[in-house]
Design a protein around this ligand. Structure first.
Ligand SMILES: Cc1ncc(COP(=O)(O)O)c(C=O)c1O
Length: 391
């Protein structure tokens, strides 16, 4: 399948077409345990252990089918499903570091990841140093003293873009793995391994599953030793996904390319419409030529995605009024679903971060995050315009 297009791979790869039962789609193997020993030479085998499945914390056929599908669209040799994006992050980072090791991370991270890096990892004897995305992109750091360099491909919620194609070269020269959380771009708009990263992580809760109905994580790499360490940790920590969640994510992933095409259009058109409004102070969107990282985005992304953030004249008070006047988007955290969602990061994703640090990260109190869904573009623009007029 490797030479097929994105959506052909998304639909066809990894499917367990069961000729015995005649099932066209991968069945849901909602089983904790499997016949053991199983001496049937035709039994389905776990790809990792190369013997029949034993126990679903180790692996499960529905989950492995999704892992193969995801690997095909990410262009990776190995992939693993996890119970959440956070489980994928924790399992990947712990697979590459041990006590007394050090991580260099971009400061502008998803709030919960920031919390793990700032509090949990140091308690385990793993040091974490933070640098701004500006320093990261201008190569103002020495990777050689570190065991892992970490960033997000498009940063939540400021939409700053990491220059993965440039930074990965330096990381490779200095022999340090670059780990990228590519949740915001999805494998449709960016495949970080192709840009030189060593490990890619997704909160598949977002674009990959795409329907706001499951929590899920995925991680992939081309390194067999990293993969084996990650799957070993997944088994030990129990950060494996439930088979039904794998089934839902696989179903969503089949339409990822189609959904992303609409998300890319909606993101761009709404960002442009917002930029034309006098009541809007600033719009963050990688596709706008005026955006600080537009040129970085051109080098690293093939589409600019559905995420926008913006500030209104009048700050938090006006932001709260504006979101209340919106009729289509639902006010909720999370992102990447078919339905538009809006949130105020200071009340949701970045609530736990110290306000001073939040401002340094570029998150003003009135910043509004807009996850544009796949609704009709004209409807969303009209809704944004009426909400602005009423604010
Ligand atoms: C960029 C990013 N990474 C990771 C996560 C964590 O993912 P999950 O909620 O699936 O654990 C999130 C959640 O919002 C996120 O936005």
């Amino acid at each position: 399948m490797s030479r097929s297009g994105f959506t052909t791979k998304a639909v066809q790869s990894g499917e367990l077409r069961d000729t015995h039962m005649g099932s066209v789609v991968t069945p849901l193997f909602q089983a904790s345990t499997f016949l053991y020993p199983n001496d049937d030479p035709t039994a389905l085998t776990d790809r990792i252990r190369k013997e029949p499945y034993i126990y679903s914390r180790w692996n499960n056929p529905t989950t492995q089918s999704l892992e193969l599908k995801y690997s095909a669209i990410e262009g990776s040799k190995f992939a693993l499903g996890f119970s959440s994006g956070m489980a994928a992050i924790a399992s990947s980072v712990l697979a590459l570091t041990k006590k007394h090791k050090r991580i260099l991370s971009v400061e502008e991270l998803y709030g919960q990841t920031h919390g793990v890096f700032e509090n949990l990892l140091p308690q385990m004897g793993i040091g974490v140093d933070f640098i701004s995305i500006d320093r990261f992109n201008s190569l103002d750091f020495k990777g050689s003293g570190y065991d892992l360099v970490y960033t997000e491909s498009v940063v939540n919620p400021t939409l700053r873009v990491s220059d993965i194609s440039t930074v990965s070269k330096v990381c490779r020269e200095q022999g340090v793995p670059l780990v990228v959380d590519a949740t915001f771009s999805s494998p449709y708009n960016q495949r970080p391994l192709e840009l030189g990263a060593s490990v890619v992580i997704h909160s598949a809760t977002k674009y990959i599953s795409g329907h706001s109905d499951t929590i899920y994580g995925l991680a992939s790499t081309d390194s067999e030793s990293t993969f084996m360490e990650m799957q070993n940790l997944r088994r030990q920590l129990g950060s494996n996904p439930d088979p039904f969640q794998s089934f839902l994510v696989a179903r969503g992933a089949k339409t990822l390319g189609l959904r992303m095409e609409r998300h890319n259009i909606n993101g761009m058109e709404i960002a442009k419409a917002l930029s034309a409004e006098a009541k809007v102070k600033r719009v963050n969107y990688p596709g706008l030529e005026s955006f600080i990282d537009h040129h970085v985005a051109e080098r690293n992304l093939s589409g600019y995605g559905g995420m926008i953030s913006f500030e209104l004249e009048g700050g938090l008070e006006k932001a709260k009024k504006f979101v209340k006047h919106l009729k289509i988007p639902v006010i909720a955290s999370s992102l990447g679903g078919v339905e538009s969602l809006v949130s105020l990061p200071i009340e949701t994703s970045h609530r736990s971060i110290d306000p001073k640090k939040r401002h340094e990260m570029g998150i003003g109190d009135g910043l509004i995050r807009f996850s544009t869904g796949i609704e009709d573009t004209e409807d969303l623009i009209a809704d944004v315009q009426q909400a602005l007029s009423a604010t």
